[in-house]
Design a protein around this ligand. Sequence first.
Ligand code: DGJ
Length: 745
Amino acid sequence: MLRQTLCYIAGALFPVAGLAAANDVITIATPATSMVISAPVGGEFRLLHYGGRLTDSDVGSIAASGHKMQAYPVYGMECPAEAALAVTHADGNMTLKMVVDTCNTTRSDESSLTRIRLRDEIYPFFVDLFYRSYDDHDVIESWVEISHQEDSPVELRRYASAYLPVRRGDVWLCHLHGSGNNESQLAQESLEDSPGMKTISSSHTINISHASHGEVMFALDGKPRENEGRVVGAALCYGGNYRLDVNTVDDEYHHFFAGMNWTDAPYRLTRGEALRTPAVAFVYSEDGTSGVSRVYHRWARDHKLAHGDRTRPVLLNSWEGVYMDVEQATMEKMMDDIAALGGDLFVMDDGWFGSKYQRDDSSALGDWTVDRRKLPGGIEGLLDAASRRGLDFGIWVEPEMVNSRSELYERHPDWVLVPQGRQPATGRGGTQMVLDLTNPEVRDYVAGVFDSIVGKYPAIKYVKWDANMPVRNHGSLYLGPDCQSHLWVEYQRGLEEVCRRVRDKYPDLIMQLCCSGGGRVNYGMLPWFDEFWTSDNTDALQRVYIQWGTSYFFPAIAMACHISAAPNLQTFRSIPMKYRVDVAMSGRLGVEIHPEKMTAQEKEFCRNAISEYKKLSDVIQMGDLYRLQSPYDGKGLASLMYVSPEKDEAVFYWYKTEHFCNQHLPVVRMAGLDAGKYYKIREINRIDSQPLECEGKVYSGKYLMGHGLDFPYNHILPYWEQLDYASRVIHLTEADGTEVNVASK
Ligand code: DGJ
């Protein structure tokens, strides 16, 4: 009989070969997944399985037969592909050979934590590998702590958080790439067709999810399907530079490594210091890519988002309405309008601050005092105005940044990131720079920005934290000459410290994470934030694609989606209000338009939509996402739905993404419903002059999932009012017995 330590790692990716010491097998488990490892003291640390949950009998058989894979390959000796860790000892030796030293597992309320300590055979050099498995979520987080007791510093040349071998077959990689205004574009590619090294990375910190994302999925059964097939997800929980490598050489595995980006960042580890890497959150599901997304979403709401258990307020943000032309009268006008639309919160965006220098693209960042020329009543005046209208009030800041045209820079020119002896490269407005958060004085200043705003005006309920420049200057005047290559690690440490301080002090504040749109969407930063600004691109058609990609890893409750003007201010496309509202309603709904520019009819439409949204927000924000028809498949259609955990209610979305005469669109089959239940159909936001044929009718979950509902391809409107866009939002509620009988007569 095997002695198994009850905790679980993940797996079915590889069978493993004959383990002599069977009682060193550890199973790390979540409700539906297992990771099985072998950790014989004095022997090698091996990964035996990650995938579906195994029986004890299968664990025993796997442990006694099959192949063994290294669980954390290190450089220098018997390292077949790439290495997770590579170091240079002070004597010039570039190798490691690690053996298991100790193992233990501890419990907390909601998870188990397994720690495997490895030591080098001859150097006093250690790697502690951690695996946290959740009791209620199929998530296993994995990270390492690297330390040593050598007399002189050891240089870490690479330092991944985790490694996973993925068994070859028909494996596809799903990942997100893009740019500002075009975030989270979904890419899916066969790994079998492209041997070699694939690297996904960020190298300028801050806007790390603009060009690509530190989260990926591996579909193990061929071209990814949304609701079927085995899929492994890997999300690096880090807000700084990352590096993910998939190396396909001539063996049976795709070798996956994830962690901080070690390129141009060797780390000089001193004796007794521990470098802790960020966690990689692994998920395994047999319900396709949507199945993996659902696990991430639930886990995010329970563990990785601020206030993940509270539905979000409907807000109006002033940015696209007035840009920096903030004034008391305009702010009040916008407050009137969002109050009339039934919203809860007004957010004053950029433009409100600056004393010696008035805020514009190139001035005043860093001078967080209200500009009384624009806002004579100050923040107090705005808070009063909001409160008179029954609204909460929120404000924009960009606390990590400074303009050279600012009082802050005049006082502290040495507080910016800049290499010794050079003129700093600048960003927005030709004057923007990043503050040096490696410097504790600067961290105090940035944390203090919150005291001077939220501390001084506790009635402020919401802060939008923006960051509009990556680090363009690799250099810190604070870090010593030996530690310049630590900049990426130290900047992130400094930022995390500030976030922690702010959150500890202002736990109830709603905070939005923004980075020129969705440049900072990751599970390293999100724990301090309630939500993120998905993209500065608010064009509803392009948002269908952006939101689809983003939903691979991040839940609707955190995805801010705002109704904006037509023509759109980024794409200049004119999209009807109905479509704009329907798209924004699939995430955290808000408004980003000067309501003055809306017709009375549009306002009425939005008022009704907001009122409907508030009734549905539990299902949308807390429900389970089923992606149904991908816009990336080129079928002219996108469709998704949210289903309540009890499967008694759902919200279904249907968006046409192309418009042609005599086009042919597929019927979308629903998913996630209870086949045995009946559901009544009600269209939300209807503009058609007659109801849908399915309106008010009752269908079984079996029918809706097996056949789906057919919709007219265009809205049914008088000839001159017809539209070039079509969308549907359908509310499904479980029908009671009477309704089912009536329907079947
Ligand atoms: C970039 C953000 O993404 C916008 O929403 C807005 O807040 C501007 N910055 C303000 O400068």
